[in-house]
Structures are given as structure tokens and as C-alpha cells.
Design a protein around this ligand. Structure first.
Ligand SMILES: [Zn+2]
Length: 205
């Protein structure tokens, strides 16, 4: 067979790192057309695969969101700047949040989303805003946080916080494998790490 593309070459063509590509394959919704070998370093792609993965890269970089919401968010391209560092399943929550900022701006505010990240399976968004709109923006943050703990970070389906032994993420049944073996002491027991920590003190690592 000709024109097979290695994992390393595919990462270069797509402008992503190898870990990004192996994560997409681990998620399991976008796969190369040839069977995936146990050793991920031996994965190969066809040219058609590259086009499908290109769409997935755009989805994971929130390309459509950035085009639709350039009035309230523009990627900060300076070195060390943070971006939208969470999974594509939360794009709906991101759009709801940005709609909220837009509504505040239409009423005279000057809110702008700066960056966002996933931490302990929850969505944290950071914005600049006028003091006069602070409580409204805090409500938008709280809503995004609350909804993220019920929404799969990979696909947007109904989900809960899943605890593995080394990581916790909010995932649906189809994607819960991403945390590995569930940790029986915490999985299904802790559903919001911040709330749990407030009630019970620090979580032992
Ligand atoms: Zn999912």
C-alpha cells in the first residue's frame, strides 16, 4: 500500500503534537481507517484520514466559536498566553457564556473572555469586565462551572465527574475509559471537587 503517513508525519502535517493525536485516537470517535495497533507509535494514516483529522483539530481548537464570537473573544497569541484549554464537548457551555457576555455588552458593559481551562473536571473561564457587571459575570462563571460537571468534556453528552487513580474528568458512559480504572474510594462519591473540599477539607492525594 502506498502513501501511508506515520503518526509523526501526521502530527507535522496537522500542526499538532503527537500527544494531541494519540488523545484523539484514545477518545475513539475519530479513528484512522486502518486498524489501530497496540503500540500507538505504529499508527498509520491515509490522506483521507488526514482530512478527517483536520476537521477534528479545528473542532478542538474551537475554530467556529472564534469566528462567531470575535467581539467577545480573540485568541491571545503572545508567548505564554493561555487559550481555551478544555475539551470540545464544552463548546455549547462556552457559547452560552459568551452569549451572556454579549448581552452585558449590549447593555453598556465591556466584557471580554480572556481564557479558560479544565481543572478537576470543571470548566473555569476568566474574563475582563467592568466592576458594574461583576455580579452578572460571576453568575455566568458559576453557571458554566455547574453545567460543566454534568457535560462530557469530549462530546457534550450527559455526564458526571469520573475519578481514576491519577486523574478526574467529567465524562459520559462512552468516554469514561479516559480516566482509566475507576478509583472506588472517590469515583461516584466526589462529584464536585471544590464543593467536596469545602465540606471535607483537603483531598488526600
Ligand atoms: Zn462523551
Amino acid at each position: 500500500m502506498s502513501d501511508l503517513i506515520s503518526l509523526k508525519e501526521a502530527a507535522e502535517i496537522l500542526g499538532v503534537d503527537i500527544l494531541f493525536l494519540t488523545h484523539v485516537i484514545d477518545v475513539g470517535d475519530v479513528l484512522p481507517s486502518l486498524p489501530v495497533p497496540k503500540d500507538f507509535r505504529e499508527i498509520v494514516f491515509t490522506t483521507d484520514d488526514i482530512e478527517r483529522f483536520r476537521l477534528e483539530v479545528a473542532r478542538r481548537r474551537f475554530t467556529n466559536f472564534k469566528a462567531d464570537y470575535s467581539d467577545v473573544y480573540q485568541q491571545d497569541e503572545r508567548p505564554g498566553a493561555r487559550g481555551l484549554e478544555f475539551g470540545p464537548g464544552w463548546e455549547g457551555l462556552l457559547r452560552d457564556y459568551a452569549d451572556g457576555l454579549r448581552a452585558l455588552n449590549a447593555a453598556g458593559g465591556r466584557s471580554r473572555l480572556g481564557w479558560g481551562k479544565e481543572k478537576f473536571g470543571a470548566l473555569h473561564l476568566y474574563s475582563d469586565y467592568l466592576l458594574a457587571t461583576e455580579s452578572a459575570v460571576i453568575n455566568l462563571h458559576r453557571e458554566a462551572y455547574r453545567a460543566s460537571l454534568q457535560t462530557c468534556q469530549e462530546c457534550g453528552a450527559a455526564a458526571r465527574l469520573r475519578f481514576g487513580h491519577s486523574v478526574c474528568l467529567t465524562l459520559c458512559d462512552r468516554h469514561k475509559h479516559l480516566v482509566g480504572e475507576p478509583d472506588p474510594a472517590r469515583d461516584g462519591i466526589i462529584l464536585d471537587v471544590s464543593a467536596w473540599t469545602r465540606e471535607h477539607g483537603r483531598i488526600a492525594e
